[in-house]
Every structure is written in C-alpha cells, then in structure tokens.
Design a protein around this ligand. Structure first.
Ligand code: FEO
Length: 161
C-alpha cells in the first residue's frame, strides 16, 4: 500500500503526463497543417510516449490497490510560430516534468516508500533522455536555419522515428 498523499501526488502526475500528451498531439496537428510531415510524425510518437508514461503510473496505482482519479486537462497551446519554437517549448516543458518527477521521488524518499522510489527510477532516467532529445532537435534546427533543402532533409529524417 502507498499513502494517501503519495496516491494524490501520483494522480497529479498522471494528469501532467496526459497534459504533455495533449501538448505534443497539438504540436503534431500544427506541424501537419503546415506541411511538416516528419515533425508531425515525431510529435505523434511523442504523444504515444506520454500516454505510455501516464499508463505506467495508472498500472502502478492499480498494483498498489490505490485509487486512480482522472482529472480535467487544462487548456494547452495549439499553434507555434516555427518548428524551432515547438522544440524549444518541448525542452522547457520537459524540464518542468523533470522537476515534478524529482518532487515525487523526494516525497517517496521522505515517506520511506521504497517501492515507489524504485518505480520512479525509470522516470528519472527517462527524463534525462527526454531533455537530451529535445536539445538535439533544437541544435539541429539551429544548424538548418533558413536553408530550405536542409529543412526538407531534416523533416524527412524525423519521419523515421
Ligand atoms: Fe512524460 Fe515527456 O515526460
């Protein structure tokens, strides 16, 4: 069993993961509308990943006989001025999520909830990868600059994710 406080904190994180999923789905739709097929695909995959993150938490609460409470999804942005803008917002958002995961880990540690600290280790590692991926996309986009041919190749490369 986990504490009620931990249960509430995990439920809040499920909401945060689902908000992340909506954010990336919105980026995928915006990219698709603008003809950036590879970027749209990359963010669609990112949506899938965020839903997987949410479901991992859901299954964890279920395995602990804890209650899952789905909450409303707050409003999210729906358009961005450029692909670079999308990737920069992705990195900024992932840094926020990293902080939330660390807060959860700190709570589990404080409560001597060893099962939850071990469970959360996967997310701590995952966040390192999430931030690294977003930073790589920012760096790549900055290299591309205004070069249309380079952008075409870059967009195409993202369809392989
Ligand atoms: Fe679920 Fe991108 O953090």
């Amino acid at each position: 069993m986990i504490s009620v406080k931990m249960q509430e904190a995990v439920n809040a994180q499920i909401n945060a993961e689902m908000w992340s999923a909506y954010l990336y789905l919105a980026m995928s739709m915006d990219a698709s509308n603008k003809g950036y097929k590879g970027i749209a695909h990359w963010f669609r995959k990112q949506y899938d990943e965020e839903m997987e993150h949410a479901f991992k938490f859901i299954h964890y609460l279920e395995s602990q006989q804890a209650r899952v409470e789905l909450k409303a999804i707050d409003k999210f942005p729906t358009s961005w001025k450029s692909p670079l803008d999308m990737f920069e917002e992705t990195l900024k958002h992932e840094k926020v999520v990293t902080g939330l995961i660390h807060d959860l880990y700190a709570l589990a540690t404080k409560e001597k909830d060893y099962a939850t600290t071990i469970f959360l280790q996967w997310y701590v590692t995952e966040q390192v990868e999430e931030e690294e991926n977003a930073q790589e996309l920012i760096d790549a986009m900055k290299c591309v600059g205004d070069d249309k041919a380079a952008f075409f190749m870059f967009d195409k490369s993202l369809s392989k994710r």
